[in-house]
Design a protein around this ligand. Structure first.
Ligand SMILES: Cc1cc2nc3c(=O)[nH]c(=O)nc-3n(C[C@H](O)[C@H](O)[C@H](O)COP(=O)(O)OP(=O)(O)OC[C@H]3O[C@@H](n4cnc5c(N)ncnc54)[C@H](O)[C@@H]3O)c2cc1C
Length: 382
């Protein structure tokens, strides 16, 4: 096999996890190569998200990583982005009768982390989103500190920063085998071999597969499919009013929807269907379920969709990201399991990877944050 390059770290996967890790590593002087199987770096989960930043989402570990990412995102990625990466988009968690206690529970759980939360009654919820059905909505929880994320802009910013620090990106280069030889990994691809003391496994839904290829035991990652559909904004509401609606999310996880551009909305059944690592496709049934859930809670009366897609949200068994050295394989660093928060947590996760590999201080956050991300916890469970 032709040797293409030796470097300090090979990052496998060019999605948001891979480019954020490459950016943070290269900013500390590491010579990094990103290997991506596809021609496009955002062909999979990164290019299929709902593009939202929600501090209350994903449980305590993801919440801490999200808060630790906020300044970087608000600062437009150290000034690397061409335009603002975050635009305010409030979140309105809504509850049907019978689920009101869940709103109060979330408010109490989150009050210390995000004080900008307010319980509203049904009428209050409808002032923020007038298409909620008064026969369905019983109350809401309004979250002020949430945003739309420019995912493509963020990915570009990481990539631009990484390239400025000398990172090389090799597309269409699927990694099919890894072997530890002495103090270095040999990473084999169709485009040739790369050698480095460190590999960062940022292969998304394929991270367990990449581990197997390296002779490292998989962690039991689960790829869960999620469906998105877009539909026309309702007539009778000025476009500028619709654009100001919050992301409306059912507290019972039955659906969410949000404005997407001036004339349409994006919706989801908030599905989590077990899948294999693949180019995920939406099913008609999941789209129909999503439309039905949105129509039951609103007066939108959605009948036709403009576009549909699906993507994989990949979770570890405990639903926390897995970021850290594998104690069974020298120089093998996991950066996987980001589930439904991989965009909004990417700045902090990239910093954690760099702190582990380069021995620099981890990002600010609660004590024990980095230990909570380590693959060691899952090896103990196995
Ligand atoms: C419908 C949906 C909505 C979401 N909404 C949000 C949201 O609002 N906010 C948020 O923060 N997150 C959201 N997420 C989650 C977020 O999109 C993911 O957590 C994130 O994109 C994961 O990034 P990644 O780089 O790990 O994965 P990916 O983007 O999938 O990148 C992994 C890359 O690895 C490559 N690869 C795999 N195997 C190999 C190999 N052997 N060799 C070379 N390359 C390989 C793949 O081709 C792929 O490009 C959502 C996800 C979905 C699906």
């Amino acid at each position: 096999m032709r040797l293409v390059r030796s470097c300090d770290a090979v990052v496998i996967g060019g999605g948001i996890a891979g480019v954020s890790a490459a950016y943070a590593l290269s900013a500390r002087g590491a010579d990094v190569v990103i290997l991506e199987r596809e021609d496009s770096l955002t062909a999979h989960s990164t290019g299929r998200s709902a593009a939202q930043y929600i501090e209350t989402y994903g449980g305590p570990v993801n919440q801490a990583l999200t808060v630790a990412s906020r300044d970087f995102l608000l600062g437009d990625a150290d000034g690397l982005a061409d335009a603002a990466l975050l635009e305010p988009r409030r979140v309105l968690w809504v509850a049907a009768a019978g689920c009101l206690d869940d709103l109060e529970h979330l408010r109490r759980e989150m009050a210390a982390l995000t004080p900008r939360l307010a319980i509203v009654d049904a009428a209050g919820a409808m002032t923020h989103c007038p298409v909620l059905d008064p026969d369905w909505v019983a109350g809401g929880l309004l979250e002020e500190g949430s945003y739309d994320i420019d995912v493509a802009g963020l990915h570009q910013a990481f990539l631009r920063g990484a390239r400025r620090h000398g990172t090389t990106v090799v597309r269409s280069s699927a990694v099919h085998a890894l072997e530890r030889r002495g103090s270095r990994w040999e990473v084999r691809t169709a485009a040739g071999s790369f050698v480095a003391p460190v590999v960062v496994n940022a292969a998304g839904a394929w991270a367990d597969e990449v581990a197997r290829g390296a002779g490292v035991a998989p962690l039991g990652l689960m790829a869960l499919r999620r469906t998105i559909f877009t539909f026309a904004a309702p007539s009778g509401h000025p476009a500028e009013d619709v654009w100001c609606w919050p992301l409306v999310a059912d507290i019972a996880d039955g659906f969410y929807f949000k404005p997407e551009g001036p004339s349409q909305l994006l919706g989801s059944p908030a599905d989590e269907t077990r899948d294999v690592p693949c180019d995920a496709r939406p099913t008609e049934l999941d789209v129909a379920r999503g439309i039905d859930a949105v129509n039951r809670a609103t007066t939108l009366g959605v009948r036709a969709v403009r576009s549909v897609w699906a993507g994989l949200r990949t979770f570890a068994p405990d639903r926390h990201p897995v970021v850290g050295l594998d104690e069974t394989a020298e120089g093998f660093v996991w950066c996987a399991g980001q589930g439904g928060t991989g965009i909004q947590t990417s700045p902090a996760i990239g910093e954690v990877v760099a702190s582990i590999v380069c021995g620099t201080p981890p990002p600010a956050g609660p004590a024990g944050l980095v230990q909570n991300l380590s693959p060691r916890r899952l090896r103990r469970l196995a």
